[in-house]
Write a protein that binds this ligand. Structure first.
Ligand code: GLA
Length: 387
């Protein structure tokens, strides 16, 4: 839908008048650097061309109304009455965002919101970060204030942590707020220093494939991985100073293994350390035009997520193995939190058709599921759209 059509849908829902405005926040794909953000390491995500649109208009009565063109549920709440309650369903995301903006002392007030999104739900492409950041930039658009996109990304992460209850890192919210067309973002999650790195693939295409496996229990397993890394870090910190796993080299990690003791914790921490190193190596390879090395590091990332971090599962492994078996593929890995969701592959442009066909057949044979494919365009971060 284009912005004019969205405004029409908004006026049909909430009535004409005032000045509804249209905001957009993308989804994201992570190219490499998985489960490193909350471990103080580097990530390398990019914003996508699909995302969440929010049409918004001020209300003078201090109430918030939320509706969506994707889901039937509608909710109305006062700005001073925002709690996470299960019966409010998806609206807990925008409610949480607005509650955190309020707590941070940013200007907010009553408003009507109509959302429309084209990110596949539950696919691990950050539909939740996208709706949070869309809400935040819409409130800034309506009520003013000086908050930068980067500041709003940090508040969106807080909304997810404190209001929604998922202990996520900063990657998703940062990527959707700070994306740039044809660039991926190398972000050091310990310092929040970042750089945009050109991501143009010449003869290759970035292909996202959805396992279409529901991500049941993903949040609790995610939180468990995070606490395992924290426990391993505490054990090492009783022997030496260490701010986070992102601050460690491979050699230092080898020396620290005996202090961690527990074999599971050792594997979790090894992933965090090595994945961070791989991310830096992959960005160097990309900068020097060496896509083959970039792809090999993607493959190594998947193996580490499968064997050491144990967040892949049968479906993601089957989809990645099917991709690895195709000609013209230089790298393939799971992307996002894992336990289902999507993979990302670099595929020779003239072989994309046969890639999709062959991977569909192999994946179906192994799992009984049919994958979906998206040819990803890397686009700008969250912004207001002109109508
Ligand atoms: C989810 C979280 C991110 C990050 C990834 C794994 O997408 O929201 O913060 O931890 O998983 O890399």
């Amino acid at each position: 839908m284009n912005p004019q059509e969205l405004i029409q849908a908004f006026e049909k829902k909430f009535g004409a008048g005032g000045e509804p405005r249209v905001f957009f926040s993308p989804g994201r794909v992570n190219l490499i650097g998985e489960h490193t953000d909350y471990n103080g390491g580097n990530v390398f995500p990019a914003a996508l061309s699909f995302g969440t649109y929010a049409v918004a208009r001020k209300r003078s009565d201090g109430n918030l109304k939320f509706a969506s063109l994707n889901l039937p549920q509608e909710v109305e709440r006062g700005v001073n009455d925002l709690k996470n309650i299960p019966e409010d369903g998806w609206t807990n995301y925008p409610k949480g965002m607005i509650q955190i903006l309020l707590e941070a002392g940013l200007p907010i007030g009553g408003a009507e919101f109509l959302f429309w999104g084209n990110i596949p739900n539950g696919a691990g492409l950050s539909s939740s970060a996208s709706i949070e950041v869309a809400t935040a930039i819409a409130m800034r658009g309506l009520y003013g204030g000086e908050a930068s996109n980067q500041e709003l990304a940090l508040l969106a992460q807080r909304a997810e942590n404190q209001f929604v209850g998922v202990n996520c890192g900063i990657m998703d919210q940062f990527a959707v707020a700070m994306g740039k067309k044809d660039h991926a973002i190398l972000l050091d999650c310990a310092s929040l220093r970042f750089q945009w790195v050109p991501f143009q693939l010449k003869d290759y295409e970035l292909v996202i494939a959805n396992t279409n496996k529901k991500r049941g229990l993903a949040d609790s397993k995610y939180n468990e991985r995070r606490s395992q890394c924290e426990e391993a870090l505490r054990r090492v910190q009783t022997h030496r100073e260490l701010a986070s796993w992102g601050a460690m080299t491979e050699a230092e990690f080898e020396a620290a293994i005996p202090w961690i003791e527990d074999p599971i914790l050792i594997r979790r921490a090894r992933h965090a350390v090595m994945e961070n190193q791989r991310t830096l190596q992959a960005v160097d390879a990309l900068k020097s035009g060496n896509l083959t090395t970039f792809g090999e590091l993607m493959n190594a990332s998947h193996r580490s997520l499968r064997d050491d971090y144990e967040v892949t599962g049968k479906e993601l492994d089957a989809l990645v193995e099917a991709a690895w078996a195709q000609p013209g593929v230089i790298g393939s890995r799971m992307t996002g939190a894992g336990f289902g969701g999507c993979t990302v592959s670099l595929v020779k442009r003239d072989q994309v058709e046969s890639f999709m066909e062959n991977v569909t057949n192999l994946y179906r044979e192994k799992t009984g599921l049919t994958p979906d494919f998206y040819l990803a365009a890397i686009a700008d971060g969250a912004k207001e759209l002109s109508v």
